[in-house]
Design a protein around this ligand. Sequence first.
Ligand code: 1GP
Length: 241
Amino acid sequence: MIYDSFFTSTKKLALLIDPDKHSTESVTLVARLAEALKIDYIFVGGSILMANIEHTIQFIKGYYSGPVLLFPGNSCQVTHNADGILFLSLISGRNAEFLIGNHVVAAPQIKQIGLEVIPTGYILIDCGKTTSVEYMSNTRPIPSDKADIAIATAMAGEMLGLKCLYLEGGSGANSIIPSSIIKGVKTTTQIPLIVGGGIRTDKNLLDVYEAGADIAVVGTAIEKDQSLLQSFATVRNSCNK
Ligand code: 1GP
């Protein structure tokens, strides 16, 4: 079970691949790099997709032997060749479609395929700009200075039985999730904590890990400069010594 690996005490790194943001060549390159650097997970998805997600995963799996998890923007992004799915419920929002609606549509197909399902409380935090997830989900992010609301939302997600939490600043966010929010959520909940959005530098990554993230997600930075994956892996490794 991939979910069991979320509980190891080591810091883990996930590479987000949005199929629309990579050419076949760059998917090949980052998948090879991810394999060489032992990147813990590759997440695949996007708020809206023109490219074929199944083909992208096929390419990734040609070079990367770790777990490939769907990170779906909507119920259309379910495919059989992934290893599992972050079954995201957008608990910071009040849009029923992203809390339960898309899930109802996707559930029969997910069951038929037999994907490992990881029920995930997805919490969107305002990190300085309107992101695709905010616009597409038609929900308001939690203001970055309202740690109490983010913490209460995370606590409610855990009480509802969700198996992990994802603090999301949104792809290409101007800043990372504030440490106060990451720390507050980590110390008040027991389930694994994923943090992503706006991680561009080694320091950003270190700050996210030191605040309490179990899994950090990087996407946009690697689309712009694939060599950053090496230094991000080094930061992860140094945290695990
Ligand atoms: C977005 O958290 C991920 O869903 C990654 O964000 O693209 O800003 O790294 P970035």
